[in-house]
Design a protein around this ligand. Sequence first.
Ligand SMILES: *[C@@H]1O[C@H](CO)[C@@H](O)[C@H](O)[C@H]1NC(C)=O
Ligand SMILES: *[C@@H]1O[C@H](CO)[C@@H](O)[C@H](O)[C@H]1NC(C)=O
Ligand SMILES: *[C@@H]1O[C@H](CO)[C@@H](O)[C@H](O)[C@H]1NC(C)=O
Ligand SMILES: *[C@@H]1O[C@H](CO)[C@@H](O)[C@H](O)[C@H]1NC(C)=O
Ligand SMILES: *[C@@H]1O[C@H](CO)[C@@H](O)[C@H](O)[C@H]1NC(C)=O
Ligand SMILES: [Zn+2]
Length: 583
Amino acid sequence: MSALYIFILATFLVSDISCRRFPVKNKSRQLFLSRRVVTDSREFDGGVLVDENGIISGIFTRESIDELTFEDDYTLQVIDGGDWALMAGVVDSHVHVNEPGRTSWEGYVTATRAAAAGGITTLVDMPLNSFPPTTSIENLKVKASTAREEVYIDVAFWGGIIPGNEMELQNMIEAGVIGFKGYLIDSGITEFPNVEKDELDNIFSTLNGSDVVIAFHTELPINAGNDTECENCEVPDPNLYSTYLASHPPEMELNAASLLASYIPKYDVHVHVVHVSAEGVIPILEAAREERIKAGSKRWRGGVTAETCHHYLTFSSEQIPPGHTEFKCSPPIRNITNKQRLWEYIKERRIDLIASDHSPSIATLKGPNFMTAWGGIASVQFGLSLFWTEAKARGLSLSTVSHYLSSGPAHLCGLQNRKGTLKPGLDADIVFFDPEASFVVTPDIILYKNKLSPYMYRVLTGKVMKTYVRGQLVYTDGIVIYKPQGHLLINYKALFNTTTAITPHEPQEFQLRNNNMLPIATNIAVPTKSQGDLQRNDNVPPNTRNSAGLIKPQGQLLINDNLLFDTTTSYPIMSRRLFRTYL
Ligand SMILES: *[C@@H]1O[C@H](CO)[C@@H](O)[C@H](O)[C@H]1NC(C)=O
Ligand SMILES: *[C@@H]1O[C@H](CO)[C@@H](O)[C@H](O)[C@H]1NC(C)=O
Ligand SMILES: *[C@@H]1O[C@H](CO)[C@@H](O)[C@H](O)[C@H]1NC(C)=O
Ligand SMILES: *[C@@H]1O[C@H](CO)[C@@H](O)[C@H](O)[C@H]1NC(C)=O
Ligand SMILES: *[C@@H]1O[C@H](CO)[C@@H](O)[C@H](O)[C@H]1NC(C)=O
Ligand SMILES: [Zn+2]
């Protein structure tokens, strides 16, 4: 037994006693240990030291830990994950939370709880499907006020670009949006119209030279109006996936990517293509990037980036059964050859990041007809396991996972100095991940609101065991810790005239605010003919329970705390089970 282990044991004993006598008012320092510490470039046996503010203060190999001494530090907590991998939390840069307005589809409470359970420590909310959409500073305020008290992990925002809102962009940038997303094709959402080609110059000019990203849903319509020309052909069966796939050929993506690429030499703007499905998009963007870099661009990846999503990397069109519209998304899941190409690009580091594009809706908007069903796949809870399941089978490393799921998206969002890898000075957003464990996706483990999934009953490899946001445990043993303590990664001063991210979580206040909520759905266009359930069948109060039952010991001792413990608060005691040691 090395001196360190004895020291750790001593620390426990001492801190246990000291907790009773002199309650720790400060958060303590924490040392996370693992046989597999994973950064975006390597893997080693060691540990991560986290300071009392939840910032990583050191990364150590096992040998260097043995040399560490923590004299006079009675508040160090050691959390040993053993063989579980210790990784940076996932940054999911593409999530549709839909609140307010379409909260029956998803909401901040359910989305961020599911995300925490999936090892995500930061998500970025997309500007559409909520009502209002995030297309003005006032709308951003509405969204952020809603999110403020409801998020279990850190949340940033995309703004939206719609025709004519250029004058809103600067204010939203000041308020801290990470960038803007626009559509080149009908978004399916009336209040989020797409931009036309002739508006692109104006948009690029407005953002020329700025630090934020402009992201596009990269599909252009083709063959509009030519459907009826075929006289003798059979009417294709709308319940077959192939019918839908034929209506969204790769050319729609390729044409749109070429259109965007034509703006890249003229403007100094970071252009990002969300959810690439057609593999041919990647070489088009690479050519544009090369040109940018030759011209001297110092932006990350030349300011030309692309993401793909778990569903394009997990499924191929051949597998999708008739009537199963939980597989419908846009652009569509394509054939096996296409999927294999995407994986080759990943191996060659030619894609920049992977996101979920978690885009849920209610069951009544789905139905068996691929042509009319609402598109969108919900997966925010399973991204890490989904990617690892496929990546492991292809011989890729956990570092590659971290590169694509944490570091890449953090760079896209300009958060690389706060999030996305294990490095001193960054937030201690940490996941213990058991890469050898497997589990089955079943409705009862799904924490997002509508338990629809093309992954249902699939066996996934790799299981999130614990999630920490800024050093604070938010998910463990299948349970999300009891109250939302995530931060909004925005400019609180600009939006709320306050510098603090801390908000009270009185349940009563929460209820009141929700009853006074803004426009509920009545005037929202339902995106398909089927009448959606757009009522707020809203959030469970955030602080009580989840499907797995009650969360952690929160009973109070009905004693005079002040006299006995020199404090007026009943201090929550963490379960000793968390502090496994290998003694
Ligand atoms: C935490 O401890 C440090 C040093 O012991 C002290 O300076 C600081 O004020 C404490 N913070 C709180 C919130 O009690
Ligand atoms: C419709 O088809 C005709 C003949 O194939 C073609 O010339 C025309 O460009 C098509 N229209 C559109 C909008 O694609
Ligand atoms: C965009 O800005 C760059 C310098 O930041 C400038 O060289 C370029 O001319 C601008 N583009 C347009 C079309 O104004
Ligand atoms: C897959 O799709 C591409 C593009 O549509 C096509 O060129 C290719 O032939 C297809 N491959 C298979 C095996 O169907
Ligand atoms: C912002 O807050 C400060 C102090 O809390 C207050 O004096 C000021 O009037 C506020 N400004 C606005 C625009 O509300
Ligand atoms: Zn999306």
